[in-house]
Design a protein around this ligand. Structure first.
Ligand SMILES: Cc1cc2nc3c(=O)[nH]c(=O)nc-3n(C[C@H](O)[C@H](O)[C@H](O)COP(=O)(O)OP(=O)(O)OC[C@H]3O[C@@H](n4cnc5c(N)ncnc54)[C@H](O)[C@@H]3O)c2cc1C
Length: 481
């Protein structure tokens, strides 16, 4: 340890993007900060590793850092100065409709609309204004809801439609499958049934991000971004200690503020009998969502897509029309494996060849599975890819599979394999993790929750950590950051 315990003002448990963002915000205010990370490397869901073969760099979790680019926290960092280079695919995303038919999500609203036939004008009307207002909207969206905003017109364009179930919005707004499936698949990232109120929100946010900042990846792997955040903490005088799992709050050195990048279930365990019983009961009502089963591949060539447009996309969604996607998400929510899965595939070497030896490629894909499932869904995932890319399996040099149960073993924040820090239903978006004016503060003196189980939820944006740190600075130190 480089900071003596007596000089510590704040301690952060967990070094995911939110924990690291919290530490940077605290250190910028001049505090002595130490981060404890249980794993051997820092980064949480923002790490890279040679999961398959030597020379193949895989991101076990996040690869696409679109939410970072719309985040005011990441906007406050000089990423190029920290050695982080972002690389953009030709097009952010594509959705496979049939084995050879696909619809493309371009950077430009107009180009996307022009591929949507009779629904082009409706796409422009629905997503165009959100993209135009993104600078005003995103800081509001990436915070606790409901919350007042000065940008009433922008908020009024987003709020009412975002509250709709995606299945209903897609059918109301569009007449044909391509636009319905394109937006439906974006919403399905949230891992809630597309018939749930509020399920449209995630789809609209991801579409808006694609049209404004794109869906880039970090050259060389996501770990580079985590390492840059750690370097920034150190530059500000803070420290990050790895291989240091924290078993209880009582084990931490004394500090005026403790910020926990963990989910409610872990908070209860860490607090032991220090947490008031009514608060524990409220946290115990917090619900976790479905899990994911993910496969990482080392490939001896690019994915052999039947439709060449798919090779241009960083992210490819598979699973067919809106009705198929909705059925898949309903099945998973009802603890069943869908017969036809919704698959999210990322082909990072399409834009970042440094992640594999010359001529070779990597790709990963995951599908949603029931909470706590130990099912290996490789056949389901690869079967769906083979429909659109026959011969894909022949390109596989090696694969690495992580089930939902395996995800929790890899990172204790992925409870039951839920990678979002808790179910993103409308009620849990508003009350995350409990209904409170300051959702980051806990009734334990000086203790704050700063993970994706607080607003704005999952994704690499650091905003939960940043806002929790702002709350701690104000309440514990009288500093208004
Ligand atoms: C397969 C997969 C793909 C994903 N893809 C994307 C993507 O492309 N884009 C995107 O934006 N997001 C993606 N995500 C989600 C993203 O990774 C998470 O939303 C994000 O990392 C959450 O950040 P966090 O800081 O809240 O928690 P985490 O990143 O989960 O970090 C929590 C950290 O706390 C540590 N910890 C927990 N308990 C303790 C303890 N008691 N003591 C010490 N350390 C502890 C853990 O080891 C972990 O390092 C993906 C996630 C997965 C799993």
């Amino acid at each position: 340890m480089t900071i003596p315990d007596h000089a510590l003002d704040a301690v952060v448990v967990g070094s995911g993007p939110n924990g690291l963002a919290a530490a940077i915000t605290l250190a910028r205010a001049g505090l002595g900060v130490r981060v404890y990370e249980g794993a051997p490397t820092a980064g949480g869901g923002l790490r890279s590793a040679e999961l398959t073969l030597p020379g193949f760099v895989h991101d076990p979790c996040a690869t696409v850092v679109a939410t970072a680019l719309v985040s005011p926290f990441f906007g406050s960092l000089n990423l190029p100065g920290l050695g982080v280079e972002l690389v953009h695919p030709d097009v952010p995303a594509a959705h496979v409709l049939t084995s050879d038919r696909a619809v493309i999500l371009h950077r430009s609203v107009d180009e996307t609309a022009s591929g949507l036939g009779r629904d082009g004008a409706a796409w422009r009307r629905l997503v165009g204004p959100l993209a135009r207002d993104a600078k005003r909207l995103m800081p509001w969206i990436l915070g606790p809801v409901p919350r007042p905003t000065r940008h009433l017109v922008a908020a009024a364009r987003f709020g009412p439609v975002a509250l709709l179930p995606m299945a209903a919005l897609a059918r109301l707004a569009f007449r044909e499958q391509p636009a319905r499936a394109l937006l439906g698949a974006l919403a399905a990232h949230a891992m809630v049934p597309l018939e749930s109120p509020g399920s449209a929100a995630y789809g609209l946010v991801l579409a808006t991000a694609a049209h404004t900042v794109g869906w880039p990846v970090v050259r060389g792997g996501s770990q580079r971004l985590a390492d840059a955040l750690v370097a920034e903490i150190r530059r500000l005088g803070g420290e990050v200690v790895t291989d240091a799992p924290v078993a209880g709050l009582a084990d931490l050195p004394p500090a005026r503020a403790v910020l926990l990048d963990v989910t409610p279930r872990q908070l209860v365990a860490l607090a032991g009998d220090r947490a008031p019983a009514p608060y524990i009961r409220r946290l115990e009502l917090f619900r976790y969502g479905p899990g994911v089963c993910k496969v990482d591949w080392a490939l001896d060539g690019p994915v052999p897509w039947r439709n060449p447009d798919l090779a241009r996309a960083g992210t490819v969604h598979l699973g067919g029309e809106l009705a198929h996607l909705a059925a898949a998400e309903r099945a998973v929510a009802a603890s069943r494996l869908p017969s036809r899965p919704f698959v999210i595939l990322v082909q990072a070497t399409a834009m970042d060849p440094t992640r594999a030896p010359a001529g070779r490629h990597t790709a990963w894909a995951y599908t949603h599975v029931p909470h706590g499932s130990d099912v290996d869904a490789t056949d389901l995932i690869e079967g769906e890819i083979e429909r659109a890319a026959p011969g894909f399996r022949d390109r596989v040099l090696a694969r690495h599979v992580r089930t939902a149960v395996g995800h929790e073993a890899y990172n204790p924040n992925y409870v039951g394999g839920d990678i979002g820090g808790g179910l993103a239903t409308l009620s849990q978006v508003i009350a995350r993790p409990t209904l409170a004016l300051d959702p980051y503060r806990t009734p334990l003196r000086g203790v704050y929750l700063c993970s994706s189980s607080t607003p704005p939820g999952g994704g690499v944006h650091g905003m939960a950590g940043h806002r929790a740190a702002i709350s701690a600075l104000r309440r514990e130190f009288g500093i208004h950051a």
